[in-house]
Ligand binder design. Structure first.
Ligand code: ADP
Ligand code: MG
Length: 705
């Protein structure tokens, strides 16, 4: 059955049925036009206006058949979520009726008013307007009656205002530099190198009725109060456990919606914490993976509501149980069918693999600050270093087998594996098991056989920033390597120079490799004191390094960002941090003043009344009196704490010298105060009768699905 007909039962039939994909294009476009579009998609050659008109018209007809009335340029501003503005296809005619139109111009370029998106000061100096430009490498699709056109978003003077443009730029620079390396190894066939990503997405589900009773969940996506439930994740009975019917129904619906939109949803399972789950897609080209991950997050929320649930993407919805991350599985492949991070079967392939590996080792060591920054947010600060996620220190895991190879190269000895001796570059390397049993889950950046898994990202993050960093860093190192190796190739001493480069790189950068337990305190100690690796604990600690000279130099060298653009991003992220903490603090104040204090006071009164009635008949105050005293004491300390927090918030405006000092104040003062306020409220929760507590407890939230 063709893709064109209505969705039917089997997945193969309806997969991608709402996507203007290659099959649809082939069927609907004249041959010549189709070929031009394919060239645009694979090689990035711009479409000329005539061709764009034909494509737009075919897209419109197809979309209308799918029930669409509107089109929208879909983009990814710095808010981290997607944005869209819908225009209908209608165009009035002279006789008062309408015709449906969609031109090539409208497909290729849009002009949303950019003035209300975060720009980090870019618009203070430039025009407020921005434009969106079609990214033809990512397919258009129909959703909720609109044709969605994936686009990049720039200001009129060309500054990037979004998360997609730099990603596309960074993919381009890896392509250029990796091709230089491939040529050195005699590869003349490959014409394009792309980075691939498979982002595993974690999330929580909570009953909508309970969610609606919690102002904190509604306003901030996480619980700002909540005493631990008697049971957490200690029995380890949730991970990969049986999926409850209600959750399973949600997952089925979710898969179906995602498949219709061409998202490669593949794996689903329960995660470690109660009510926590994961969805992993099949990997694809980085920019498409980024688009699909944004769609996945959006559809998760939408489908959850249909099932009377709310999907929480916050990194730490509940204290005391694991938070949610997003694992960015990343690799590089060439269009002659090679995964460049796969060691390969022949000695030459191994050398090529080791070149890429060394570039990555050097890059991760030299630019660890950028990787850390790519996972920085107020929400993710709760996870990193909290024994559930890697510490804020960037290191990489290569595993014992690969470590032995690196050791042998460095020391100039042969390598022994299962009693066989290997000479690197002469013999083929032993096969690296993809699912090695010693897989290290505590490393922020782990080699997993033919790809790296960056495990630091927060569940709500866009994956774009991480991949911009990874791609640009690796391009930088590959370009340095190629600069040394190209002349060597000319002079006939390529292998000798290559070997020298390996030894030098391993010697100088091996301290970033750590194969042990990344969750242990000893590692933090060793990393910081012995290996001198940076440990930027919070978002506010790491963000200032975005504009370090070396980082600006690299981004400008490859035209991924200008200095102004990096400063803008830094500013947006710091400002966002302060805003998030401010909203959380205000929500806490509101909940304490309007809910928790009144509840504790009336419960205290209830208990005092009991004491009074006991005493009236000559009995001792007893447990009631003890309880009343404890309640009164905690209630007054809650009152004192909340007043402190209110003062802190009032005083914030005195710390606005720079965006950094302001964020620092929110971290060191406001956030610290929120923690102590919470501690008192949570203690109160444990002694106030459940019927008197003003909102659902952790037991209900976590176990009532
Ligand atoms: P685990 O949870 O065991 O780490 P999953 O199966 O949940 O593994 O996720 C692994 C992810 O890695 C999947 O999204 C998969 O598509 C992705 N992946 C596999 N190969 C590559 C590759 N070459 N490039 C990028 N991602 C990859
Ligand atoms: Mg997984």
């Amino acid at each position: 059955m063709s893709q064109e007909t209505k969705c039917v039962e089997t997945v193969a039939d309806f997969f991608g049925c709402d996507v203007f994909n290659d099959d649809v294009m082939k069927a609907r476009l004249p041959k010549g036009v189709y070929k031009t579009v394919v060239r645009t998609k694979t090689l990035g050659v711009p479409l000329d206006p005539d061709v764009a008109d034909v494509v737009a018209n075919a897209m419109k007809d197809w979309a209308i058949e799918k029930g669409a009335t509107h089109f929208t340029h879909w983009f990814q501003p710095m808010t981290g979520i997607t944005a869209e503005k819908h225009d209908s296809f209608i165009s009035p005619t002279t006789n008062g009726s309408v015709i449906l139109e969609f031109s090539g111009k409208e497909l290729v370029k849009g002009e949303p008013d950019a003035s209300s998106f975060p720009s980090g000061g870019l618009r203070a100096t430039f025009e407020a307007r921005g434009y969106t430009a079609w990214d033809p490498t990512s397919n258009c699709f129909v959703k909720d009656g609109s044709l969605y056109i994936p686009t990049a978003f720039c200001s009129y003077t060309g500054e990037v205002l979004d998360k997609k443009t730099p990603l596309l730029r960074s993919m381009e620079v890896v392509n250029e530099q990796a091709l230089r390396i491939l040529r050195l190894f005699g590869n003349t066939k490959a014409t394009r190198v792309t980075t691939t990503v498979g982002p595993e997405q974690e999330y929580f589900l909570v009953d909508k009725k309970l969610y609606d009773q919690r102002e904190d969940l509604i306003m901030t996506g996480r619980t700002l109060f909540g005493a631990k439930a008697p049971k957490g994740q200690e029995l380890e009975d949730h991970y990969f456990g049986n999926i409850k019917q209600r959750v399973s129904d949600f997952m089925k619906d979710l898969d179906k919606e995602l498949w219709k939109l061409g998202v490669f949803a593949k794996t689903k399972h329960n995660e470690v914490a109660p009510a926590q789950h994961e969805l992993a897609p099949v990997f694809t080209t980085s920019n498409i993976a980024a688009d699909q991950n944004q769609l996945t997050m959006e559809i998760m929320k939408k489908i959850a509501l249909k099932h009377g649930l709310v999907c929480l993407l916050h990194e730490k919805p509940y204290a005391g149980v694991n938070g949610s991350g997003k694992h960015n599985n990343w690799s590089i492949s060439s269009n002659d069918g090679q995964n460049l991070l796969d060691p390969g079967a022949t000695p030459m392939e191994n050398l090529q693999f080791l070149t890429f590996l060394c570039a990555i080792i050097k890059g991760v060591h030299e630019y660890s600050d950028l990787l850390r920054i790519s996972a920085a947010s107020a929400g993710n600060d709760h996870r990193l270093g909290a024994n559930e996620a890697p510490p804020a220190i960037i290191s990489m895991f290569v595993g014992d087998e690969l470590q032995a190879v690196l050791d042998a190269i460095e020391s100039g000895t042969t390598m022994k594996s299962e009693d066989v001796e290997f000479v690197i570059g002469v013999d083929a390397l032993p096969n690296f098991k993809k699912d090695a049993t010693d897989r290290n889950r505590t490393s922020p950046f782990a080699f997993t056989g033919n790809k790296f898994e960056f495990r630091m990202l927060g569940s709500a993050d866009s994956i774009s920033c991480t991949n911009v960093m990874l791609n640009t860093i690796v391009a930088e190192e590959l370009s340095q390597f190629a600069d040394v190796l190209e002349p060597a190739k000319e002079n006939g001493n390529f292998e000798e120079e290559l070997h020298k480069l390996f030894v030098k790189t391993i010697k100088e950068h091996k301290q970033v490799i750590f194969n042990g337990n990344g969750y242990s305190d000893e590692w933090v100690e060793e990393a910081v004191n012995v290996r001198k690796l940076p440990n930027y604990v919070s978002t506010v600690d790491c963000l200032p390094h975005y504009t370090d000279d070396k980082n600006v130099k690299m981004f400008e060298k490859f035209k991924v960002y200008t200095k102004t653009e990096i400063e803008a991003r830094q500013e947006i992220l710091l400002e966002n941090y302060s805003k998030v903490i401010n909203i959380e603090a205000l929500t806490m104040v509101d909940m304490v003043n309007k809910q928790i204090l009144p509840a504790s006071m009336s419960y205290t009164k209830e208990v005092c009344d009991m004491v009074a009635s006991k005493k009236a008949i000559g009995l001792e105050g007893g447990v009631e009196e003890e309880l009343a005293k404890k309640l009164a004491c905690l209630t007054s300390s809650l009152d004192a704490q909340v007043k402190d927090l209110e003062c802190k918030l009032c005083d914030a405006s005195n710390h606005e010298e720079t965006i950094y000092t302001y964020a620092r104040y929110y971290r060191d003062e406001v956030f610290a105060n929120m923690q102590s306020l919470r501690a008192v409220a949570d203690e109160l929760e444990t002694i106030v009768a459940e019927k008197s507590w003003p909102f659902p407890t952790y037991s209900k939230l976590l176990f009532n699905i």
